[in-house]
Design a binder for this molecule. Sequence first.
Ligand code: SF4
Length: 141
Amino acid sequence: MPDAPTQGSIQRIETLVRIYTEKSGTTVHPDATVTDAVVKGLARSLDVLGRPLCPCRFYPNPTEEVRHRTWICACDDMQIYKYCHCLLFVNSEGKPITEYLPEAHVGRVAYGVVRDPTPNKGRPLRIKAVERERDRRLRDS
Ligand code: SF4
C-alpha cells in the first residue's frame, strides 16, 4: 500500500467517523494521534481496495477479505458489540466498550468489562452475535 492516502479518502473517512460516533454514541480517542493513525489507515484501504478495510489487522489476502465484509468499517464487532479494537470509537476515557463481548473475547480479556455509556444507541446488528462467533471460529476473523 502507498504510505500517504489521498486527501479525498481522508475526508470520506472523517465524514464516516463523524456520522458513526453520533450514531453509536461513542467518541473518538482523546489522543488525536490514535485517531489520525486509524483514519489514515482506513483511507489507505479505501484508496487501494475501494473499501475502508480495518487497518488494525493482518489479512493474508486483503481483496478476499473485502468480499467477506466482516472488517469493513464500521465492522461487525462494532455493529454487533459496539467494540472497536482500533480505539477509533471509544468512551470518553479512550477505552473500547466491551460489556457486550463474549467473555473469552480478546477485548474482554485485555480491558475487562467497560460499560456502554449510551446503551440506547448503536449495535444495529446485535441479533447477529451467534453468527459472528461462528464465523470467528471458522475462519479466525
Ligand atoms: S475495529 Fe472496526 S470499527 Fe474500529 S476502526 Fe477497525 S473496522 Fe472500524
